[in-house]
Ligand binder design. Structure first.
Ligand SMILES: C[S@@+](CC[C@H](N)C(=O)[O-])C[C@H]1O[C@@H](n2cnc3c(N)ncnc32)[C@H](O)[C@@H]1O
Length: 255
């Protein structure tokens, strides 16, 4: 399986994509948190950020097939405005909470510590592709023991596993995490893999407008999906090429 990586501003290049050509969009844009991505993309004022968010959503929505869908990462601070806007164009399927499993720590004393990201899952139509069996979670022995009453025996769901819930507890990638690349907001592979496997058919096309360290590309290549990705920072594009090279057995540079 191959991928296409464009070192470009997604908004400036979105027109190059044909309408209704993408099965799935995985969008992890800057969150308006002031992160340093080697550019000023995360330094917008809140109003400007919301206008920019509406612009890229408007650009990406027509690219999704009628059976397609989109996941958008954001924070609790902006999800109300962003999701309301998305509802004018798409059907909301889920709000997913990514519990980053942040260990207890000091920090804020005037409110509760925020330890989650918000992910909006939207579809182009009610007829969207969704392969639950690809992402079921197997029951462990203890759970199975608790389901030994005769009404449960032989039930398909007990054998093939349960439907992941809408709270996803997956550790963030701290500095020493084995997946960690040199990118400040890299997402765990397990999260993107679940999106790709459940929401894009095999050999289908995934679009990532904000590729970062290339997690979506890696997930697609591992699971036989095509990937088109945009990343504005040339250094991150080099990082992605090196990361994907390692999948094919090339050594890690600089070690
Ligand atoms: C939150 S990070 C994505 C992280 C990625 N999901 C990963 O797992 O590594 C957002 C990325 O979007 C890039 N970016 C910001 N504005 C962009 C634009 N207009 N077009 C393409 N990429 C952009 C930033 O340079 C940054 O690397």
């Amino acid at each position: 399986m191959n991928y296409t990586l464009c070192n470009d501003d997604f908004l400036a290049q979105a027109d190059r994509l044909a309408d209704r050509s993408v099965d799935l969009v995985v969008a992890d844009p800057p969150y308006c948190l002031g992160k340093d991505y080697g550019n000023d993309s995360d330094l917008m004022a809140p109003d400007e950020f919301l206008e920019w968010s509406k612009a890229w959503i408007t650009a990406v929505a027509p690219k999704i097939k009628d059976t397609g869908s989109i996941y958008v990462f954001t924070t609790w601070r902006f999800s109300p405005e962003i999701f309301s806007f998305m509802k004018t164009r798409l059907t909301m399927v889920n709000e997913i909470i990514w519990d980053r499993k942040v260990p207890s720590m000091g920090g804020t004393t005037r409110r509760f510590s925020s330890v989650h990201d918000t992910i909006g899952f939207f579809a182009k139509s009610k007829n969207y592709f969704f392969d639950l069996d690809a992402v079921r979670i197997p029951y462990d022995r203890e759970t199975k023991k608790a389901r030994t009453r005769s009404i449960f025996v032989g039930k398909k769901w007990l054998e093939i596993g349960y439907n992941p819930k809408d709270v996803w507890s997956v550790s963030r990638l701290h500095r020493l995490h084995h997946e960690r690349e040199n990118h400040p907001t890299q997402k765990p592979l397990a999260i993107i893999e679940r999106m790709v496997k459940s929401s894009c058919p095999e050999m289908g096309v995934v679009l990532d407008p904000f590729a970062g360290s290339g997690t979506t590309i890696e997930a697609c290549l591992k699971h036989n999906r095509q990937c088109i990705a945009f990343e504005i920072n040339p250094d991150y594009c080099s990082l992605i090429r090196e990361r994907i090279g390692r999948l094919n057995g090339q050594p890690k540079l600089g070690l």
